[in-house]
Design a protein around this ligand. Structure first.
Ligand SMILES: *Cc1c(COP(=O)(O)O)cnc(C)c1O
Length: 371
């Protein structure tokens, strides 16, 4: 017998909007004996994982299911849009930022009929505009909106948008990639028919595993919708899971082990305690930004509490890249913004980090600005 080698792993504080800082136990959970994912043992692991994901979203197991995919989070956007639009119907994208624009791009790629209801990236979408658009377009069968526009930090009023979609006989898909497991979300109360996320964000696991949680009856009905992709088809993957308990094609084996460990840690930390931790990390970021006299672009009243968009300092010598590199060399990662009209960078409250990490970061960040 050889003794296992447990390496010490450098801890980096990631302030980018995912992948997030993970625990060493999640990292190490990936180091397992080789296994063929077609073994019953592995299917059993995925069964537990899928039901735990429903618990995270507060989705009742009799009406909802979790369907797993191998890919980054964007695969979910692609799958939901191409799989859930019936023949001859339109999709309405409520668009106030970069991640909603990604859904518009998916519609374009598949040549689907869509309405791009664009509004300011600095604000929440206007509910009256959505209502009017739905009244004028009775052929809208799918309404789509991000829960949290990760590009800016704006939290969208999904509960109201979902209720409106339902009143007009449409289904509601929400991209919850950057909120699930980090701020309150309830599939039923929030009027969401399909939500989505990937393992490397709120769950604090590794990248490569994405999942869609949605209504079984709608997925069953989508069997008769036009098929627009082979690999990225929701019904096909769901049906395979139902019949075999497995993914249709090779799953991201090691990421699945990491996600199972991450979910154990999620339930051990507790939903409320985790939400509170992200909140205090966010508040520490806001305090640090204010202390340095930097300006932010989004009104805190409409922020998710997970992303802060900060304007570049008003100094001709400021270089984002040099500040980034200075911080990166010292274990802190900051991230560029996604607002085309203003130069911003983002500081995010994802991952297994706490207030002390943010205070340590601001010491380094201030040195970076000075140098
Ligand atoms: C991170 C994120 C995604 C997925 O991005 P990938 O780079 O494909 O993992 C999708 N939507 C939102 C809102 C996100 O924050």
């Amino acid at each position: 017998m050889t003794t296992p080698i447990i390496p010490t792993i450098k801890r980096n504080v990631l302030l980018n909007p995912g992948p997030a800082t993970t625990t060493d136990t999640v990292k190490m959970a990936q180091v397992v004996p080789d296994i063929c994912p077609r073994e019953k043992e592995f299917a059993g692991l995925m069964k537990g994982l899928r039901s735990d994901l429903l618990r995270v979203a507060h989705a009742p197991a009799d009406q909802f299911t979790a369907v797993l995919f191998c890919g980054s989070g964007t695969i979910n956007i692609d799958i939901c849009i191409n799989s859930l639009l019936p023949e001859g119907k339109k999709i309405l994208v409520v668009n106030n930022g970069a991640y909603n624009s990604r859904a518009v791009e998916v519609c374009q790629m598949y040549h689907l009929p869509y309405i791009d209801l664009k509004s300011s990236v600095f604000e929440r979408p206007n509910l009256a505009d959505i209502e009017r658009t739905l009244n004028e377009n009775p052929d809208v069968a799918v309404v789509y909106c991000c829960h949290h526009e990760t590009g800016t930090g704006v939290l969208n009023p999904i509960r109201e948008i979902g209720a409106m979609a339902h009143r007009h006989g449409a289904i509601f898909i929400s991209d919850t990639t950057s909120t699930l497991g980090m701020i309150p979300f309830d599939m039923v109360e929030d009027n969401v028919d399909f939500c989505m996320a990937s393992a490397q964000k709120g769950l604090m696991a590794m990248s490569g595993l994405s999942f869609i949680i949605g209504r079984k009856d709608i997925i069953e009905a989508s069997k008769h919708y036009p098929t627009r992709s082979y690999y990225c088809n929701l019904y096909m993957q769901y049906d395979y899971f139902e019949r075999t308990g497995e993914m249709h094609f090779t799953p991201p084996v090691q990421t699945i082990y990491a996600t199972i460990q991450a979910l154990k840690e999620y339930f051990a930390e507790g939903e409320e305690a985790k939400f509170a931790r992200h909140r205090r990390v966010y508040e520490a970021i806001r305090r640090g930004v204010a202390r340095l006299g930097l300006e932010t672009v989004i009104d805190p009243a409409i922020e998710s509490g997970l992303v802060v968009s900060v304007k570049y300092p008003d100094d001709p010598h400021f270089s984002f890249e040099r500040v980034h590199d200075y911080c990166y060399e010292r274990g802190f990662t900051i991230y560029p913004g996604k607002i085309s009209t203003t130069n911003t960078f983002r500081l995010c409250a994802l991952g297994t980090i706490d207030v002390q990490d943010i205070e340590d970061f601001f010491v380094v960040f201030e040195q970076a600005l000075r140098s």
